[in-house]
Design a protein around this ligand. Sequence first.
Ligand SMILES: [Zn+2]
Length: 367
Amino acid sequence: MKQRFVLRNVRTVHEEEPFDIVIENGFITELAAANTAAGEDGFDGTGLYVSSGWIDMHVHAVAKLEPYGDAIDEIGVKQGVATIVDAGSCGADDIGDLAAEVARSKTNVFAFLNISRIGLQRIDELSRLEWIDQGKAVKAARSYPDFIVGLKARISQSVVKDNGVEPLRRARELSGRTSLPIMVHIGSGPPPVNEVLDLLQEGDIVTHYLNGKKNNLFDPDGKPIPSLVKAIERGVHMDVGHGTASFSFQVAEFAKDHGIEPGTISSDIYRGNRINGPVYSLASVMTKFLYLGYSLQEVISAVTVKAAAWLKRPELGRIHVGDAAHLTLFAVRQGPQSLTDSEGETRIADRYIEPKGVVVNGSFTAC
Ligand SMILES: [Zn+2]
C-alpha cells in the first residue's frame, strides 16, 4: 500500500496560482491543479504559502549542553524548520552522540564539527590549543561524511583567550586535510576581525555578520570594512546567526545600505534565547528581514535555495517531482509584531511570518 498525502491549494511566493502537492512514500510524485489531486489523507493549505523546507544554518541542537543547547525537534519541525545545521556543539569527542540522537528525531540535521575536540562542553573551547586534535577531527570527518558539512571555529575573545587567530590557522589546515569549509563565529576582539576575515576562503562562512559589538564589520560611518568587501569578493558566505548577542538592527541597516545581503538567514537558537528571546524562532528572525525591507522572495530564498546551494544539496531548496518531500507551510499575517534585537532595540513590524506545518522526508507535522 502506498502512503499518499496531499497538501491542497497552496502557493509559492513566486506564483499566484495555487496548486496541490502529492507526496507518496516520502517523495513528491505530482504537482496538480488546486483541489484536483485524489486522496483522502491531506492538509488544506488554503491561504498558505509553501516553500521547500526551511533550513536553519546555525542552531545548537544538543539538549544536555548549557547554556548553548536545545532539543532537536523543538528548534526544528515544531518551528516549521525541516533542516537544521548544528553549529559546532560537538567536537570529535561527542559528534557520534549527536549523530545517534538525530536518528531518533523528526527533523533533518547536519552538523559543523567544532575544531576543538570538546565542542561546547566549555564555552572557552579554543583557549587551549591542545584541544584542537587534528587527528581526531580528521577521523570524525571521515566517519560521518554525509552528516558533517563543515568545521566550526569560534574566534572571539572569550573563546580563544590569548590565542589570537592561531586556532583559525589550525582550522585552515584542518580544512585542507578534510576538504571541509569553515564556519567562523566572529565577536568581540582581540583578535581584530580583519585578521579573522583575511584567513577565510571561498565557501567559508562568517556567522554573526550583523553583530553590533565593538569589533564588528562596519566602521562608525556604517561603511563595510575593507576586509569584509574583499572577503565577499573572494566568495565568503555571510550568515546571520542572530543569537542572544549577535544581531543589531543598526548594523543590518548599514549592511542593506551597502548591498551586503545575507547569504543565509539563521537563528543561532538554543533554549535560553528561544524561550526568553530575542530569537524565539527562525520565523521571527525572518520577519526582521521583512521589516528591514527585503522582499518575501528574498527572505524565503535565504532559508531555502541559498542554504541548499551552500550545502551542495540543491534538492533541499526546490519543489520537484521525484525529490524527497521537504516542505514548509507558512502564512504571512498582517498586524503589528514587536521585534527586539540583541542590543535591546525594539522595532514594530506591520506583518510577520508564521509557520503552519512542515514535511520532512514525507511526514507531516503541524505547527
Ligand atoms: Zn552559535
